[in-house]
Design a protein around this ligand. Structure first.
Ligand SMILES: Cc1cc2nc3c(=O)[nH]c(=O)nc-3n(C[C@H](O)[C@H](O)[C@H](O)COP(=O)(O)OP(=O)(O)OC[C@H]3O[C@@H](n4cnc5c(N)ncnc54)[C@H](O)[C@@H]3O)c2cc1C
Ligand code: FES
Length: 266
């Protein structure tokens, strides 16, 4: 019998340098996660950490990883043909049943674009899945922009606001993502008597202030979803590392309704 906690080796197909500190690893595997779920990535004797699935296809998954510490430093030395160890998928992904057939609003920042990338690309490939997509996507600077090919595609298909925190650049607005929330076409959706869902993901302060801004602009909190990152160990609800009060981020999340997420925001 397979031990589902036992990481298995999978071959790296390719490594794409998104920025100096963020690489996308495409790994050969038949694992089929839901959009927004994560896997535990590891290297024996070095460590293990949770990483969101940033895209998926026939026989492969992509993980977009920021080089921040002990394990990710070693992962960044790996090349096509080497192996990474995986277990999962884990957690609750985006609520596809709540999103289907509605207008989708997405606000994402930095590496937070990663956990919504496969959902956005699913909407590109399946045009009838949602009525429309409006996407606000922010990065610190032009050098830290991720998924440039996807941004072009999303710009063609969706209503988009791409922003850079403090920089002027062609094709980008200057300022934080929160500055563009009032431009989301919520009034038109409400006037048409149609329904919507909102997905927010990014660093904790960005999610906190985006939540406040959304409510200020008339979005209802039960239609907002957020994805959280917390230190994890087991990823299956046993060790308590990810616990905040009664909530286990690994089991109950990482994608939460805002009604729960608002109490998890630091
Ligand atoms: C559900 C989920 C999904 C995630 N998805 C992604 C993803 O898609 N891409 C991604 O890049 N990351 C993602 N993460 C975050 C990733 O798991 C962490 O960055 C992980 O800790 C990296 O492991 P590491 O060993 O390389 O870094 P670590 O060595 O654990 O370091 C991580 C950070 O913590 C700091 N740190 C480490 N030890 C200490 C200490 N003793 N005191 C103070 N600070 C310390 C480091 O300086 C660094 O900033 C996700 C996390 C979760 C929970
Ligand atoms: S990581 Fe162990 S309980 Fe969530």
């Amino acid at each position: 019998m397979t031990n589902y906690m036992q990481p298995q080796p999978y071959e790296i197909i390719s490594v794409k340098h998104e920025t100096d500190i963020e690489y996308t690893f495409r790994i050969a595997t038949d694992i089929k996660p839901e959009h927004g779920q994560f896997l535990q990535l590891s290297i024996p004797k070095i460590g293990e950490c949770p990483i969101s699935v940033s895209e998926q296809g026939d026989g492969w998954l992509e993980f977009t990883i920021r080089k921040v510490g002990k394990l990710t430093d070693v992962i960044f030395q790996k090349k096509a043909g080497d192996c990474l160890f995986l277990r999962g998928p884990y957690g609750k992904g985006w609520p596809m049943d709540q999103i289907k057939g509605k207008h989708l609003f997405v606000v994402a920042g930095g590496t937070g674009v990663s956990p919504v990338r496969s959902l956005l690309n699913y909407c590109v490939k399946n045009e009838d899945f949602v009525k429309s997509v409006s996407l606000i996507c922010g990065f610190k600077s032009y050098d830290s922009v991720l998924f440039r090919n996807d941004l072009e595609k999303w710009n063609e298909k969706f209503n988009t606001w791409f922003c850079l925190d403090n920089e002027e650049h062609e094709g980008f607005n200057k300022g934080f993502v929160t500055a563009y929330v009032d431009q989301l076409p919520l009034a038109a959706v409400k006037e048409a008597g149609e329904d919507y869902a909102v997905v927010v993901v990014g660093p904790p302060p960005m999610m906190k202030f985006t939540g406040i801004e959304l409510l200020k602009n008339g979005f209802e909190e039960e239609k907002i979803w957020m994805s959280f990152e917390r230190k994890m160990s087991c990823a299956i609800g046993k060790c308590g590392h990810c616990r905040i009060d009664e909530v286990y981020v690994c089991l109950d999340g990482p994608c939460f309704p805002y009604t729960v997420a608002k109490d998890l925001v630091d």
